[in-house]
Write a new protein. Structure first.
Length: 327
């Protein structure tokens, strides 16, 4: 069996779909709540759905039958303010899963984030070198919680502590694609604005607060969720080195280009208006991210990443433009 924490979430549910399509026996750990999140996994044959709080007991009972743990569950809101809750979920729970996988000999793959890079002043080179990780300065609580775990894992590995037989931390960049609808304000610009764009209505983008970036010229590494899934499946199957890897397209694009791609695929002329960035975001806003993929390529991942325009077209045509938008 394969356990996927956060398996009903955005990236997690796309991984669950791919694993189920391959015939893997998948157990989902997630909080489904009272909304529509359950629809993210409703089409797929999963062995069980458990609460995250039951994971450690479940691992104890099912260790002999377990092949791998994909730990994708976390508090992912970049505006989260409850530090105790974020650390409990994103650090302590992650460390407990790591310890169980190290003791039982399970493959352990976990989600880190490009938010760990902060404003990018220290670059976007991945890896587990403790000295290099120490140079990074995340801008928000979420990014810091992910960075805290990366540093802890890197230190354990460097000091010869208990580690799973194979492991990987994945620094996901700006992921978009099907099944992100439950995320509310944290959805991608594409998912949030598709209906308006299809009607020819305007899309709002933040005015720039940095002299090096024009309005709409803030640059992010937008990566289609299918590419993230392909990296995770490769790590499941390949004998790749244990490390912390970037998962992005490797090419920064502007928000204006992203909006233009959306309007093009719906057959409407671009309509963009600019709004002031909320004061709460100004100090923590990343104006540019771009994944350095050299380490992932050196490890053996050779597949191409989907380009922005192609990825937006796939998302719209296969999901957003259909009555059933779920994978």
């Amino acid at each position: 069996m394969i356990l996927v924490t956060g398996g009903a979430g955005f990236i997690g549910s796309n991984l669950v779909a791919a694993l189920a399509e391959r015939g893997e026996r998948v157990v989902v750990a997630d909080d489904l709540g009272v909304g529509e999140k359950w629809r993210n996994i409703a089409k797929h044959d999963v062995v069980d759905v458990i609460r995250p709080g039951a994971c450690l007991d479940w691992l104890g009972r099912n260790a002999p039958a377990l092949r791998a743990v994909f730990h994708l569950g976390a508090i992912t809101d970049t505006t989260a303010r409850d530090a105790d809750a974020v650390i409990a979920n994103n650090f302590h729970f992650s460390l407990a899963l790591w310890d169980r996988c190290a003791a039982a000999g399970h493959l352990f793959i976990y989600a880190s984030s490009a938010a760990t890079y902060g404003d990018g002043a220290a670059g976007f080179a991945d890896g587990r070198d403790p000295a290099e990780l120490a140079r990074l300065r995340p801008l928000n609580l979420y990014g810091w919680s992910k960075h805290l775990f990366d540093r802890r894992i890197a230190r354990i590995a460097a000091e010869g502590g208990p580690v799973p037989p194979r492991w990987a931390g994945l620094k996901f960049f700006n992921v978009y694609g099907p099944n992100e609808y439950h995320k509310g304000a944290m959805q991608s610009l594409i998912a949030k604005n598709f209906d308006r764009a299809a009607k020819g209505e305007p899309t709002a983008l933040f005015r720039s607060t940095h002299p090096d970036f024009p309005d709409g010229g803030q640059r992010r590494d937008f990566v289609y969720v299918d590419d993230c899934v392909q990296v995770m499946l490769w790590l499941l199957d390949a004998d790749a080195p244990s490390d912390i890897y970037n998962v992005g397209s490797g090419r920064a694009r502007t928000f204006a280009e992203l909006a233009a791609a959306l309007y093009k695929v719906v057959g409407r002329p671009p309509r963009i208006h600019y709004v002031e960035m909320p004061d709460a975001l100004r100090a923590t806003y990343q104006n540019r991210t771009e994944a350095d993929l050299a380490r992932l390529r050196k490890a053996g991942f050779a597949a191409d990443f989907i380009g922005l325009e192609e990825g937006v077209a796939q998302f719209v045509e296969l999901y957003l433009a259909r009555a059933d938008r779920y994978r």
